[in-house]
Design a protein around this ligand. Structure first.
Ligand SMILES: C[S@@+](CC[C@H](N)C(=O)[O-])C[C@H]1O[C@@H](n2cnc3c(N)ncnc32)[C@H](O)[C@@H]1O
Length: 441
């Protein structure tokens, strides 16, 4: 999908059901997310990321952070608990408008709309931390790689980038996780059968599902990597397929043979009024609909009436893409980054997803920013780390500073820095910057 189409799509989601479009839990479709609970997921997530950075020994300066694809600011707000100044950027004006409405940090948190395929609205080397979650997976790989290069550009030397993107491969081979043939037996019924439904509306149905097979459907502590879900199709009154994929509802527990559960399924009514058949069935994603394995479905005749509101309810068009891991690593490295670790994070459903932890080595130069200078008229000072900074060699580091009384310019008299590892080098630079600040005082 072209980038402008991606933007239009997300803008529409932002107008209709922004929180659900971000965290697509079927229970909360139709503006049913409790915003407090929604934002709490962001706090828990960012706190986990900070803990992981500590665990792997990557230190992050806690000044400026960027959240790319910020949506309504779920993670940006959480980042404000850890950083002095946070920026969120998103392609969809409606998402940014919501983010501004939810902002609890005033001017410490700034949101921006950016429809471009680059981040030129931000200068080089402006952030200590860049973060992006469940965003790049919705973009064509070439666009996603372009933004990864931009992350590296806007990241300050010594800065840290954490982003997620699927590798493009299914979690294993879906069919390798297929249930045994005898497990594809379900009995599905509706507690209350609606007779009419408005065009373009979302209807939440309470659906009873009985495992009519002799096998367990794993959904609890060890769920199937290829989910087993309730779903629905729309058929015309004569049984022709109108829409194959619509709602989904997932189990949270194992469903044992003959056990019955009740699930809420959000279905999207077709946009054209008429008489339809709503067909409820179970599916093992990437493997088969239960009907195709001989199971009975539940067919509900429904009259779709004129919508009171003419707006089209978009079916969730969230394209999923991936980039093979070696290509991601190459893109990062060509842009001057170093991948510290790439771990599977399960963020992209049936696609294998990786979270990349990257540092931008302070290779040649780190520039003392304007506000750090003793005398604004003095020229900026450059601290050269030399070529050792990106090498894994062991040695000590030393630096002496003095203030020149004549022009108050901070002069670095000597700097010989041999990094034991790149992290050590960065830590040392940050400590030196700290010394500089103290000298000013
Ligand atoms: C699934 S939401 C994730 C929001 C947020 N990262 C979170 O986890 O709460 C994806 C967001 O990425 C935004 N997005 C998609 N493509 C984008 C792009 N090219 N530039 C900036 N934002 C983009 C969408 O508008 C949407 O708000």
């Amino acid at each position: 999908m072209e980038l402008n189409e991606v933007g239009l799509n997300w803008d529409e989601f932002g107008k209709q059901d922004p929180l659900w479009a971000i965290l697509t839990d079927p229970r909360y479709r139709g503006n049913r997310w409790d915003p407090n609970k929604f934002f709490e997921t962001g706090r828990a997530h960012i706190s986990g990321v900070m803990t992981e950075l500590d665990r792997i020994g990557v230190k992050v300066q806690r000044r400026w952070a960027l959240d790319f694809g910020c949506g309504v600011g779920r993670l940006t707000q959480a980042l404000c608990e850890h950083f002095v100044q946070c920026s969120g950027v998103d392609i969809a004006p409606s998402m940014v408008a919501e983010a501004e409405r939810y902002n609890r940090y005033g001017a410490r948190c700034q949101y921006h709309v950016n429809k471009a395929d680059n981040l030129r609205l931000f200068a080089d080397n402006s952030f200590d931390f860049v973060f992006s979650l469940i965003v790049l997976q919705h973009l064509e790989p070439e666009n996603a790689k372009g933004y990864i290069r931009e992350f590296m550009r806007v990241l300050a030397p010594g800065g840290v980038l954490v982003f997620q993107v699927p590798s493009g491969a299914l979690v294993g081979d879906a069919t390798a996780h297929a249930l045994p043939a005898s497990a594809f037996r379900a009995e599905i019924s509706l507690a209350a059968r609606p007779v009419t439904i408005k065009a373009n509306s979302v209807e939440h149905l309470r659906v009873r599902v009985r495992n009519a097979s002799t096998e367990c459907w794993p959904g609890g502590e060890n769920p199937s990597p290829v989910p087993i879900q309730l779903g629905n199709h729309w058929l015309s009154s004569d049984g022709a397929l109108v829409r194959l994929d619509d709602g989904r509802a997932q189990f949270r527990n194992d469903i044992h043979p003959q056990e019955e559960v009740e699930l809420t399924l959000a279905v999207n009514a077709p946009s054209t009024p008429g008489v339809y058949l709503l067909e409820l069935d179970m599916v093992q994603e990437g493997v088969a609909w239960f009907k195709d394995k001989g199971s009975q479905t539940c067919l509900v005749p429904l009259t779709v009436t004129e919508a009171s509101n003419a707006r089209q309810y978009l079916a969730p068009v969230m394209e999923m893409h991936g980039i093979p891991k070696p290509e991601v690593v190459r893109t990062v490295e060509e842009a001057g980054g170093k991948v510290i670790q790439a771990v599977e994070d399960g963020a992209a459903g049936v696609l294998t997803s990786y979270r990349y932890f990257v540092i931008k080595p302070a290779t040649a130069v780190t520039r003392i920013v304007e506000s750090d200078r003793v005398n604004p008229s003095a020229r900026p000072v450059e601290i050269s780390l030399g070529s050792h900074a990106s090498q894994q060699v062991s040695a000590s580091s030393d630096a002496k500073f003095s203030k020149s009384s004549s022009d108050q310019q901070i002069v670095i008299q000597t700097l010989s820095l041999h990094a034991k590892a790149i992290n050590t080098a960065l830590l040392r630079v940050l400590a030196l910057e700290e010394q500089l600040k103290q000298m000013r005082g």
